[in-house]
Design a protein around this ligand. Structure first.
Ligand SMILES: *Cc1c(COP(=O)(O)O)cnc(C)c1O
Length: 445
């Protein structure tokens, strides 16, 4: 039976905690000391730990508490734009711009030419119009807000016509029918899951119609006996009835991805040229910037969106405006894009390059982890609802035995390593590994 009478008092332990109290504050350290004592009284270990052992446990507990739960991880899942791991990594110029905007006051809503009041969107409007060919542009918190405020502005209390094949759920609570309801519109579904025709839209148009909408089916594909109405045709149908056509592109991209060996996703400029009155897309998907929602299109519609009281509720902050501006600027020089934009750089990495990296790392990882490691082909995904049915050939490491235990161990590191379990192996797809050293350092910590 352990003898708890030898347990030191809280005050006796705190007397040795000077430096800890200096770093973390008296209250937090006292709490940690108390919880250690409570745990010892509850579990009655034999022998009872002495003051030194308890202090070491307190130091460990304080260090664990100080470690952010939002700390950087190595994304070796094979999904480049992983929503749960924060999607796009920013370009260095975007990071610098964000830091500068945090450090000092910025002319966010201040006109440097005449000293009067400026507009926060003006920093991005010119670039967005130039890169998309749209008349005007505005920016909000994310693409979900972009869709919400667009629907609310154009079709509150009226019908929004959408194909049954495009009533997407993006994940969590973002489902098109639910967003329509929150925006105050009445969803008017037309067509069927696999086939929707021009006449389905035409016949649904009536006095209650507010807009026609096309939604990019970003995270699924309907294949087989299918028919959809192209955006250009839908725009013509809408305009013939004097109505606006909205195209929610989801990811959207500003450049033709074929240039980097990827399959094409619709570009925003194409969607604008097809006649959409409004196009909405995300900042942190294929575009490779911070979380943002872009709304580009006809001048009077953008002006109406900017007048909507919701705009203030979903506006972007200066840090992301600065980072977004720097990201968009990179698109003015597409030749250097893959060097400067991490998302594109990672997507464009070749299978051969990644396999060579896997061959180099396999023996070293085996030595560090003491498990079996073999090089394996992988199939990376873009993620965040871009080209959902396509994979990009890649390579990685397959770790055995006990993949679950290995996954737990790698997640517990100072820089957690996140892979995925497949067929009884822990797979680490190396596509998104920044360098050999990054993996070795993470494993050494
Ligand atoms: C991802 C996506 C959204 C939501 O965009 P967020 O930037 O995540 O808010 C909306 N519509 C479509 C079609 C999408 O793919």
């Amino acid at each position: 039976m352990s003898d708890l009478r030898s347990l030191p008092s809280v005050d006796r332990l705190l007397a040795d905690c000077g430096p800890l109290i200096q770093s973390y504050g008296r209250m937090a350290v006292t709490q940690a000391v108390r919880s250690q004592l409570v745990a010892i009284r509850a579990t009655r270990p034999d022998p009872v730990p002495d003051a030194q052992e308890i202090l070491i446990a307190v130091i460990k507990a304080m260090a664990a508490q100080a470690r952010s739960r939002l700390r950087p991880v190595l994304n070796l899942t094979g999904t480049v734009l992983h929503t749960n791991l924060g999607r796009a990594l920013l370009a260095e110029s975007a990071i610098e711009a964000a830091v500068a905007a945090m450090r000092a006051p910025a002319a966010l809503e201040f006109d440097l030419d005449d000293g009067g009041r400026g507009e926060r969107d003006s920093h991005l409007r010119g670039l967005l119009c130039e890169l998309t060919g749209a008349e005007d542009a505005t920016v909000v918190n994310n693409n979900a807000s972009a869709v919400l405020i667009t629907l609310n502005t154009l079709a509150k209390g009226r019908e929004a016509i959408v194909s049954r094949g495009e009533l997407i759920e993006i994940g969590g609570a973002f489902r098109m029918p639910a967003i329509m309801e929150q925006a105050g519109c009445i969803l008017r579904e037309v067509g069927t899951t696999n086939r929707t025709h021009a006449k389905d839209y035409r016949e649904a148009i009536g006095p209650e119609t507010g807009l026609l909408m096309k939604v990019h089916t970003s995270n699924y594909r309907i294949e087989g006996f299918t028919k959809e109405v192209l955006a250009s045709e839908l725009a013509a149908i809408a305009h013939a009835a004097g109505l606006p056509m909205v195209n929610d592109l989801g990811s959207g991209t500003l450049v033709d991805l074929r240039r980097w060996g990827l399959s094409p996703e619709p570009t925003v400029a194409e969607a604008v040229a097809e006649g959409a009155d409004v196009v909405t897309f995300s900042g942190d998907k294929l575009l490779g910037g911070p979380q943002a929602g872009f709304i580009v299109g006809k001048r009077e519609i953008i002006a109406a969106i900017n007048r909507n009281p919701l705009k203030r509720a979903v506006r972007m902050d200066k840090i992301r405006i600065a980072a977004t501006e720097a990201t968009l600027r990179l698109y003015r020089n597409p030749d250097c894009l893959a060097e400067r934009l991490p998302t594109l750089r990672l997507l464009a990495r070749t299978e051969a390059e990644i396999r060579a990296q896997a061959e180099r790392l396999a023996p070293r990882v085996e030595a560090k982890l003491g498990c079996r490691v073999r090089v394996t082909p992988c199939a990376s995904q873009i993620g965040s609802g871009a080209l959902p049915t396509e994979t990009i050939p890649s390579a990685g490491l397959a770790l055995t035995p006990s993949p679950e235990a290995l996954a737990d161990r790698l997640r517990g590191l100072d820089t957690p390593i996140i892979g995925h379990i497949h067929d009884g192996e822990l797979i680490l797809d190396l596509r998104c590994l920044p360098s050999d050293q990054a993996l070795l350092d993470a494993l050494s910590a």
